[in-house]
Design a protein around this ligand. Structure first.
Ligand code: NAI
Ligand code: MG
Length: 493
């Protein structure tokens, strides 16, 4: 458990303050030994006869074995989705569809604790985040889109309300349940049916969600869940009867999918990586900014596409800010994700831990200065100490590549124009943060920052009513809000 020594700073933190562990019970969750695919409203054995393990990254313990879907299984799932589209779901009155979405939203809220614990077990994120963010936001997304389901003609007057058909959705491992909600809620609200593939390290919440839809009475075939790795995802992308693909994940795979679909007539939306600038002006309230910075990069171990991973600090406040930031890092609690006091949980997989470790080594080799607070990491599981880099230049790989871990690259600037130039010096364009007390400067910056989302004097704020998405190599299309319906309507894009 980190910090490995009590925080001693008499002016700010009372000395000797320590916490007693407070571990969330796992009794609310029952995990099956094996999970089959979820097709046409029922568990379905995979044609491959193969199952893969999903583990708890905080302990390396195996949680369950999950079916590996192959081409024949994708075929079955798409057929089931087509049947539901041509039948029960597609022909249902819009106001009836809304009732199902409201019911799913309520059930998710009611069973929020169970889903939160499952999410933390399978993915390693702190329980305070799955409990207070992932699950409430998932339910809120279903409530929000339930409201649109029978009001589509008012969403985009003149556009029409026709749905597209069968959508194939592929999601990553950083917000497994929330990504299910972001994908499924708008697709169903617009009248489509779904085949969704969760990530191979975090399939359990999507499989629990499948069972929840059955309890909600959702017509079979409306939502199908196919588990497996990238090969299963590729089968789904290429299936000829899938009308639209929605992908969230790495820029590399996003580009491959775009190549594959070129000329096919299938619709595509991509929500990919980022290397967001987080900009601190000298008039910013520093204590609040520190909390924003910490949230920006250490939330969910930094496994966040919109993470504020490039900190740009105005030179005149650099020293003052660094003192406070280092002090704050010493009080971040890294360890058991089920402990309600934990701030930073486990790294999602050994592969991701390798990637973070490699990029941090490169940062040191390239000459940046590393700071890590004293921290004893648990022996088992995958962990990485919260890390700061100063002395970073624009050409360093840690300044340009997505690390997707608890690692912050810090640079300085002198003028607003320089901040903009450095901020936009990236192939990505997903999000940005600006801290200043001047409202006019916020607007001036927001106009110039090449980012789909700009947060001002806050970071990582989400609301189902607010669209989210990127530019350039961060992808295209919007999720959330009214705009999030467009990719699922025939007249949209
Ligand atoms: P990934 O992009 O390979 O995985 C995301 C999803 O796509 C998973 O469900 C995976 O099974 C599926 N997939 C993989 N290859 C596919 C293919 N050819 N066709 C269709 N689906 C496919 O991401 P990965 O390998 O887990 O992570 C690598 C890096 O990607 C991370 O280190 C991070 O930098 C970035 N990443 C970014 C995310 C974001 O939200 N922006 C999410 C996940 C990863
Ligand atoms: Mg897992």
């Amino acid at each position: 458990m980190c910090p490995s020594e009590p925080v001693k700073h008499p002016e700010i933190v009372p000395t000797g303050l320590d916490y007693v562990t407070s571990v969330e019970s796992t009794e609310v969750v029952s995990i099956q030994e094996n999970y089959d695919l979820w097709i046409d409203g029922a568990p379905t054995k995979p044609s491959t006869n193969r199952y893969f393990q999903t583990v708890n990254p905080a302990t390396e313990e195996a949680l369950s074995r999950v079916a590996e879907g192959g081409r024949k299984d994708v075929q079955k799932a798409v057929e089931a989705a087509r049947k539901a589209y041509n039948g029960a779901w597609g022909k249902m009155q819009k106001s009836e569809r809304a009732k199902y979405l409201y019911r799913i939203a309520r059930m998710l809220a009611e069973r929020s604790r169970e889903f939160a614990v499952l999410e933390t077990l399978d993915g390693g994120k702190p329980i305070k985040e799955s409990r207070d963010f992932d699950l409430p936001m998932s339910s809120a997304h279903f409530f929000y889109y339930a409201g649109w389901a029978d009001k589509l003609e008012y969403a985009f007057p003149g556009l029409g309300t026709d749905s597209i058909g069968v959508v194939g959705q592929i999601i990553p491992w950083n917000f497994p349940m929330l990504m299910v909600a972001w994908k499924v809620a708008p697709a169903l609200a617009a009248g489509n049916t779904v085949v969704l593939k969760p990530a191979e390290t975090t399939p359990l919440s999507a499989l629990a969600f499948a069972r929840l839809t059955a309890e909600a009475g959702l017509p079979p075939g409306t939502v199908n869940i196919i588990t497996g790795d990238g090969r299963t995802g590729a089968e789904l992308v290429e299936h000829p009867d899938v009308d639209k693909v929605a992908f969230t994940g790495s820029t590399e795979v996003g580009k491959q999918i775009q190549h594959r679909l070129a000329g096919s007539g299938k619709r595509l939306t991509l929500e990919l990586g980022g290397k967001a600038p987080h900009i601190i002006f000298d008039d910013a309230p520093l204590d609040q900014a520190i909390e924003g910075i910490v949230n920006g990069i250490f939330f969910n171990q930094g496994h966040v596409c919109c993470a504020g991973s490039r900190l740009l600090v105005q030179e005149s406040v650099f020293d003052a800010l660094m003192d406070r930031l280092k002090l704050r890092l010493r009080s971040l609690r890294v360890g058991d994700p089920l402990d309600k006091n934990t701030d930073v949980g486990a790294i999602n997989s050994p592969a991701q831990l390798d990637k973070i470790t490699r990029l941090v080594e490169i940062g040191q080799a390239e000459g940046a200065t590393m700071y890590q607070p004293p921290c004893e990491l648990p022996e088992r599981g995958y962990w990485f100490t919260p890390t700061l880099f100063t002395g970073v230049s624009q050409s360093h790989r840690i300044a340009s590549e997505e690390i997707f871990g608890p690692v912050l690259s810090i640079m300085t600037f002198r003028t607003p124009a320089e901040a903009v130039e450095k901020a936009n010096n990236t192939p990505y364009g997903l999000s940005a943060g600006v801290w200043t007390t001047k409202g006019s400067r916020i607007l001036w910056m927001a106009d110039r920052l090449a980012a789909g989302v700009v947060w001002a004097n806050t970071y990582n704020k989400f609301d189902p009513g607010s669209p989210f998405g990127g530019y350039r190599e961060s992808g295209f299309g919007r999720e959330g809000g009214r705009h999030g319906l467009l990719p699922y309507l025939e007249g949209g894009w």
